[in-house]
Design a protein around this ligand. Sequence first.
Ligand code: ADP
Length: 642
Amino acid sequence: MPTVYTIPPKTYFEIASLGYLLVLYLISFNDPNRKRFRSYKLFRALEINMLLALLVSVLTYVFAYPELGTPIFICTILRTMDSIMCVMASRVFAIYLLESVDSGKSLKVIGTVGNVIFAVYIGLMLLNLPLKFILWYTPEGVYMHGALFVPIVFMPPVYYLASGIVMLIIRMNLLGPRERVALSAASIITLLGTIVQALTDGKLLLSLPFGAVGIFVLYFSLETSDYHQLVTSNEKLIIAEQDAIKANRAKSDFLASMSHEIRTPLNAVLGMDELILGEIQPEAGITPETAAQIREYAVNIKDAGQILLSVINDILDLTKIESGKMEIKAAQYSLRTLTGDIDTLIRLKAEQKDLTYIQNIDPSIPDRLVGDELRIRQIMINLLNNAVKYTDSGEVRLEIESRELSEDSVELCISVKDTGIGIRSEDIPHIFGNFKRLDEEHNHRIEGTGLGLSIVKRMTEMMNGRVDVESEYGKGSVFTVRIPQTMDRKETEEGNGESRENAGRITSFSTPDCVYLVVDDNRLNLFVATRFMDELGGTTETAASGPEALQKMREKKYDMIFMDHMMPGMNGVETLKASLKDAENKNKDTPMLMITANALNGVKEEYLQYGFTDYLSKPLDINELKRTVLLHLPKGKVKVKG
Ligand code: ADP
């Protein structure tokens, strides 16, 4: 080494950059919060690459001089490594840029071209060692550049940086204002350094110092942990906002569909009523033709009313499920009785459409099970109603099998098969959504709300079961529900079947000596109840409020009392409680039946606890009324007809 040696001034920038990059390295590498960032690894790779490139470059421009005594071989290696490290650093820089703009497919293409360029570049640099056409030292120790030096050494970094910048420009609208400025500034500064160094044939060593400035800009604008935390919480906020918008939209859709579904049958009811009023001309009286016409309108009103009722029931059920208010109440029941009831109901509907209805219940399934009979019934009826609704010809089949789960529990496997219109495979994932009606072009004539299957799925899941669908479009569908049930091997003293048998003989009796009291604040409800009671014979009295009912109970002994639940002032439960405390009440042993619209939630036990004998659900069903009256009246009061 010469005695007076000064470090070449052109390396001053590089040495300074090395210093501040080391500081940056120390700050950023000791920050544990940064490890969670998506860009953490890439930025670290960028820092390390740039640091090594700067180190090799400083070593090269300080020591790669044969006149200093460095062997020519080492000088050549240093010059080669210096170039390779620069290219590597620019490549990682470009990958960082591309990842930041998230360019997906284009990233792959640019990346592949970049790999090819890098492989060719490395190949040429290796060939240069023996062939000496890019950079080399003469035997006298003079450093030389070939004509290909600038294109080969500077072309790859320029390609990498330029492709990064182009993608940045294309994707600019995907970035936030801070990303735009930081990424643009960092990449332009780095590219500028590289171009200046290339144009001055390496006399100004600005490529790496400018690259290091670019990294500095990136770190303090995009890579600090507080900025990342801000971005993460912003992303969470955006997701929460989208969820809120979705939930709000779902609620609006729900309300819109609900009001549509309710208004349709209601319109029919009002329209038919209007027609009836038009038919009845007081002066002309009612001719047999008008009577027939009125009857037809009344049947239509009944159909529309039933649809309305089922829509409201479905909505109530769903609301209860969603608000967590629906409970599964397990009690003993008879599977044969349940399927018998269902057979009667569905066979009638199937026959009206000329469909064959087949029930196949595996005889080895124990009859006495413990579970929520009401919900299982609802699930089966929903699926079977759909099967009948969506089938025009052929058959509907209910099959029940069981699989033993343990000594005292089985899994009921209930399949409902039809030969109907089927469901498109792409629609299957959506059929269990609320208000989801599919294939509208085929289904628009079929009544439905799109709530039935949603209820089936949720109820099944509440009972720890699951529901599966298989369907072939145009050929038919199979819905399979699997629910675990406990087996009840004990014989019950008061057989369920027996009371049902009694209740089954509903049409052929009358109660001419009975006096009934119906309590309801609603005039129309009193009217309907009194008309229904007329069919039983006997006398029916009414009370329009709790206090009026209490007064009547003091005056007379009734055979049965029907009490509405929701009444202003004193409700049905309060009236019952007051009557039990009232010393003058003559009806303390009289069967008292609750009439309630709140019948969907399995509230029977609750009413029985208050002291009611039984309950009937609103709107009143004449057969249900007769069945209940028969069940609770003393035998002597019932006269069997015929
Ligand atoms: P809906 O009241 O419309 O019948 P559901 O929730 O019961 O509502 O059913 C949702 C949709 O699933 C229906 O609109 C219909 O497109 C389809 N679907 C249900 N059951 C069947 C079936 N057995 N065959 C064909 N399609 C069915």
